[in-house]
Design a protein around this ligand. Structure first.
Ligand SMILES: NC(=O)c1ccc[n+]([C@@H]2O[C@H](COP(=O)([O-])OP(=O)(O)OC[C@H]3O[C@@H](n4cnc5c(N)ncnc54)[C@H](O)[C@@H]3O)[C@@H](O)[C@H]2O)c1
Length: 374
């Protein structure tokens, strides 16, 4: 790639999510060419009919030599082999969530990228969502008082995946949100899950994560088997409570000035035990950015400048460590301990981060922002 020529980007896997990357990449100034790489004639055809200037290849091997960077949006069990193939040819990689289905594969990807000196980023799309930035800044400012607990719910009559269970499919979003918002990683993971409609893969699961720093539990409920579509993050503190509802077209984040205080220390059992406070509900202003566009722009900016991505390979690996621990906790019925640690955040395309980023955030309508949410 010559500096003035723009990047040639391949999208490996152009199904549901890969085709959204194609649409986004085609609209970015930093991109000179986009190609799709997919063994399915039907999937490639569906993209090239809409975007005739997109080139197509059946395998990554055929496209190598024609591309500077790839977005890997193939099924999760193919993430590591495809990423390693690209990295071995000096191609920069943005790989969709989860980074890999095992820690071992994720580590191999991180090490290979480091050795080759190429960018490795993971598609933790919510880390590029203005509502999640707002949640993080509320926690950092201490707006909620003492943080009591967090709850996330990602439920639907969802698409059953072929190669990973609901924990590896949906929980990467919630774990990446929690790690980002709390600025640390969990030190203990418990998990319950069940195979209901699928003989081999868990379709419902509940994770319980303990974050030593700042000392809170987070509950993560993921399901492909629920009549109601829910995409929510709730944070409850001693002063305020917050709900982020990603399905709302507007006012996605609502801060409830509500609280409950114990009136006695519990010694006097005849006294009314709790006092309730009901105040205003405020919805903070959020920038209307399409998270996928912010993410893709950030990736290309990192490729061009050598900046470390906000959601780099290491942060992708932190999430896989939690997922793998959850899988073990679920299979063996044990609580799994992890070396919980503060997350070392790279400069990010976020108003909360040091202003080193040059990513431009385009204004989009609420409907366009809603469209990306899987
Ligand atoms: N970040 C997000 O919000 C988000 C949302 C949805 C999906 N995803 C992720 O995107 C990835 C793809 O998910 P999807 O829902 O689009 O799946 P999909 O099944 O719709 O698409 C996968 C595509 O990969 C292709 N493929 C299979 N083997 C391939 C190979 N060897 N080389 C190239 N392509 C190959 C398939 O033909 C298919 O077109 C998954 O990792 C998923 O977790 C991320």
């Amino acid at each position: 790639m010559k500096a003035d020529q723009g990047l040639r980007v391949g999208v490996v896997g152009c199904g549901y999510w890969g085709s959204k990357h194609v649409r986004t990449l085609l609209s970015l100034e930093a991109v000179s060419r986009v190609c799709v790489i997919d063994p399915s004639d039907e999937r490639r055809g569906a993209v090239t009919r809409v975007y005739p200037r997109v080139e197509e290849y059946k395998t990554l091997g055929e496209a190598l030599g024609q591309i500077d960077a790839v977005v890997i949006a193939a099924p999760p069990t193919l993430h590591a082999p495809l990423a390693l193939e690209a990295i071995a040819h000096g191609v920069h990689v943005l790989v969709e969530k989860p980074l890999a289905p095992t820690v071992q594969e994720g580590q191999a990807m991180v090490m290979a990228a480091e050795k080759a000196g190429v960018t490795l980023m993971v598609g933790h799309t919510f880390e590029y969502h203005s509502a999640v930035w707002e949640l993080r800044s509320m926690v950092q400012r201490g707006d909620l008082g003492e943080l009591y607990y967090l709850d996330t719910a990602r439920l639907n009559l969802g698409l059953y995946q072929r190669d990973v269970n609901v924990v590896f499919d949906l929980a990467p979003h919630d774990v990446s949100i929690l790690n980002y918002v709390l600025g640390s990683t969990p030190s203990m993971v418990e998990c319950w899950g069940a195979r209901n409609a699928h003989p081999r893969l868990e379709d419902v699961a509940q994770l319980r994560l303990y974050y030593e720093d700042p000392g809170v539990f987070a509950n993560v409920h993921v399901s492909w088997l629920n009549p109601k579509k829910v995409r929510e993050v709730t944070m409850v503190g001693s002063n305020k409570m917050v709900v982020f509802d990603d399905l709302k077209a507007e006012q996605r984040v609502k801060v409830h000035d509500k609280g409950v205080t114990a009136l006695t220390d519990g010694a006097d059992l005849t006294a009314i035990p709790m006092s309730y406070r009901h105040g205003d509900i405020v919805s903070p202003y959020l920038e209307m950015n399409e998270p996928l566009r912010v993410e893709d722009e950030h990736f290309l900016n990192c490729v061009q400048t050598g900046l470390r991505p906000l959601s780099d390979g290491e942060s992708g690996l932190e999430v896989v460590r939690v997922l793998e621990a959850a899988q073990r906790a679920m299979s063996e019925g044990v609580a799994v301990r992890l070396p919980g640690r503060a997350r070392d955040l790279a400069p990010a395309p976020s108003p909360l981060a040091p202003p080193t980023s040059e990513v431009v955030k385009p204004a989009l309508s609420g409907a366009a922002q809603a469209e990306w949410a899987g």
